[in-house]
Ligand binder design. Structure first.
Ligand code: LMR
Length: 334
């Protein structure tokens, strides 16, 4: 066989093989996350799986791996960049180690008055700009998903800023959260989400901040005596994918996945408040933890104590990002 003929033949065989591969082998997406299935993110990712498989007529199979089954906080981002998994939805407080420090603007205490303000940021130009920061890291941002507003938990009542003094508080890997607890006189400690329950149980940490749905599904209320309904901060997610994988998808498949993502996003954001309200009600009913409501004076004292975090962290998140964030959130409340 001459060289030309052999080349044509192998090209034809290759084309046939890849045709068969596309027709028969589904494209597999591994979607890893760290929370329980019964949470806003857990339910959102399950919804995405359902819709993605439906809209692509089974050409795509999505495997959702909850509860840090595959990877813990930091590892999952490495795994995404390496292509070991294709999709994640890390909390916005976990993008700093990746070099996308601007995402930590969401962690500034009391920066979000409500969800309407949040939407102006995530659905607007700033939300897009933040996603663009991920491209150079080999990551594409697909959507923002809500969890909700945080409560502060510990084994002692937290009413005044002084109550935090000397407490070891677990944080996500955000420098802004670190600054927040330092401003309160506490000792912040970065810890993977999957290790928090044990950390609380064994006294490695005294307390933490999280949403009611995360607390309840991880049973934090069984190892913390008090939680303050402070609404001082927010936990939400950026749903992200390995860029090379996403860009390499056949166009029609990617379009269907985008449609599935749009609908899964609406679903996740729609259920998030209810999920958190129900989790809070369950924890109250359990009688194992006492919830504290701050008086207006106490809340004002928290705000005052946390005010310096803005100037300290403005260069970390970017002055322009902070100003744009504040412009958008103010516009929403006016
Ligand atoms: C945490 O680590 O506390 C949370 O952000 C986990 C999550 O993904 O909600």
């Amino acid at each position: 066989m001459n060289i030309l003929r052999r080349a044509v033949l192998s090209a034809a065989m290759l084309a046939a093989c890849s045709g068969v591969a596309l027709a028969q082998n589904p494209i597999v997406i591994k979607f890893s996350h760290v929370v329980a299935p019964d949470t806003p993110k857990g339910k959102g990712s399950d919804k995405f799986k359902e819709l993605a498989e439906k809209y692509t007529n089974g050409r795509v199979k999505v495997g959702v791996y909850p509860n840090s089954q595959l990877y813990k906080d930091k590892e999952e981002v490495d795994a995404l960049q390496l292509g070991a998994v294709q999709m994640l939805a890390p909390s916005l407080a976990k993008f700093g180690p990746l070099g996308a420090r601007e995402f930590e603007v969401f962690d500034l205490p009391f920066i979000l008055p409500d969800k309407a303000a949040l939407r102006r940021v995530t659905d607007g130009a700033l939300g897009k700009r933040l996603f663009q920061k991920l491209e150079s890291k080999g990551i594409v941002g697909l959507a923002y998903w809500d969890n909700g507003f945080k409560v502060m938990s510990a084994n002692k009542p937290l009413r005044e800023p002084a109550d935090f003094r000397g407490l070891k508080m677990r944080i996500q890997s955000s420098k802004v959260l670190e600054a927040q607890f330092r401003a309160l006189g506490a000792i912040p400690q970065v810890m993977a989400f999957s290790e928090v329950y044990q950390g609380m149980q064994t006294g490695v940490v005294d307390g933490s901040e999280n949403t009611p749905s995360n607390m309840f599904t991880q049973k934090h209320h069984e190892v913390q005596k008090y939680a303050t309904l402070s609404d001082h901060g927010y936990i939400g997610y950026a749903v992200i994918a390995n860029k090379k994988f996403w860009d390499g998808l056949p166009t029609d498949v990617r379009e269907q996945l985008e449609k599935a993502m749009t609908e899964a996003t609406a679903f996740a954001n729609d259920i998030s408040q209810k999920e958190n309200d129900e989790a809070l009600a369950e924890m109250k009913k359990s009688g194992r933890i006492e919830f504290i409501t701050l008086t207006p004076e106490q809340k004002a004292a928290w705000r005052k104590a946390l005010e310096p975090v803005y100037s300290d962290m403005s260069s970390r998140v970017g002055k322009d990002v902070l100003e744009e964030f504040q412009r958008e959130t103010k516009a929403a409340t006016n």
